[in-house]
Design a protein around this ligand. Structure first.
Ligand SMILES: C[S@@+](CC[C@H](N)C(=O)[O-])C[C@H]1O[C@@H](n2cnc3c(N)ncnc32)[C@H](O)[C@@H]1O
Length: 235
């Protein structure tokens, strides 16, 4: 289980041009679930959390009540034996839930563009003995999935990080097996958690992007306190 190593930045070049480094780092932390109400030792720009909390915010205990990981995995409709991709898996918050949902015969491909996240996931996999989970470093524009090989793709708080989202969705469509499903969970416009509002995507934008890629997308009525959930399937 050795991670594939391909280094790549995860931020939009437009964003890089527009925002100073400290704001970027801070926003990245916030994008992973940091609350804008945190008060770090060195004050960040108004409304943004401490960049050092980037990984810690993903695994924060208090995340559980609003993230509802069991509910998210239920929405993904996994079955034993399936191959599931966790796209932008971060520290691997969802990996124990996904691992258990697909069982011994299933596989979980945990993909991220950040090698430090992949390292954290490799350690989690060892510590929690998640034998069916493989963390991999991927390029920002390509999940490097074999065509027709994947049953489920989960992207939590990650879709807004992608640059060419329609192109990326086309790659996911190509990777899906018949009956395959993509589930995108991302922050509501008014959520107290999540990235600054200018980084957030409306559900209608995400649905339109997925449909432009040739998927059939639907905003689920069942919603989480701070996030929306969208499924996409082969039409
Ligand atoms: C906000 S964090 C979410 C992590 C995890 N899904 C969770 O909910 O805890 C977003 C993650 O997506 C990763 N990421 C950003 N762009 C990506 C891309 N193009 N492909 C794969 N991962 C990406 C980041 O490195 C980061 O770990």
């Amino acid at each position: 289980m050795s991670p594939i190593v391909r280094l790549a930045p995860s931020l939009n070049p437009m964003t890089l041009r527009a925002i100073p480094a400290i704001v970027l780092l801070t926003a990245l932390g916030s994008a992973c679930g940091g609350s804008s109400s945190q008060h770090p030792t060195t004050p960040p720009p108004p409304g943004l959390p401490d960049p050092q909390n980037y990984a810690a915010s993903m695994d924060a205990k208090e995340r559980y009540w609003w993230q509802q990981p069991e509910r998210v995995v239920e929405l993904l409709r996994c079955a034993p034996g399936m191959t599931v991709v966790d796209l932008g898996a971060g520290t691997g918050y969802f990996l124990p839930y996904l691992s258990s949902a697909v069982g011994r015969e299933g596989r979980v491909l945990a993909l991220d563009v950040d090698h430090s996240m992949v390292d954290i996931m490799v350690r989690r996999v060892q510590r929690q003995r998640l034998h069916n989970v493989s963390p991999s470093l991927v390029a920002p524009d390509d999940p490097a999935l074999t065509p027709g090989s994947v049953d489920r793709v989960l992207a939590v708080n990650t879709w807004h990080h992608l640059t060419d989202r329609v192109g990326y969705a086309e790659k996911l469509l190509d990777a899906l097996r018949p009956g395959g499903l993509v589930l995108i969970v991302d922050f509501d416009e008014n959520s107290p958690e999540g990235p600054p509002v200018e980084f957030r995507l409306s559900p209608s934008t995400v649905v339109a992007e997925l449909e432009s890629a040739g998927l059939s997308a639907e905003l689920l009525e069942e919603s989480l306190p701070y996030q929306y959930a969208i499924t996409a399937q082969i039409p």
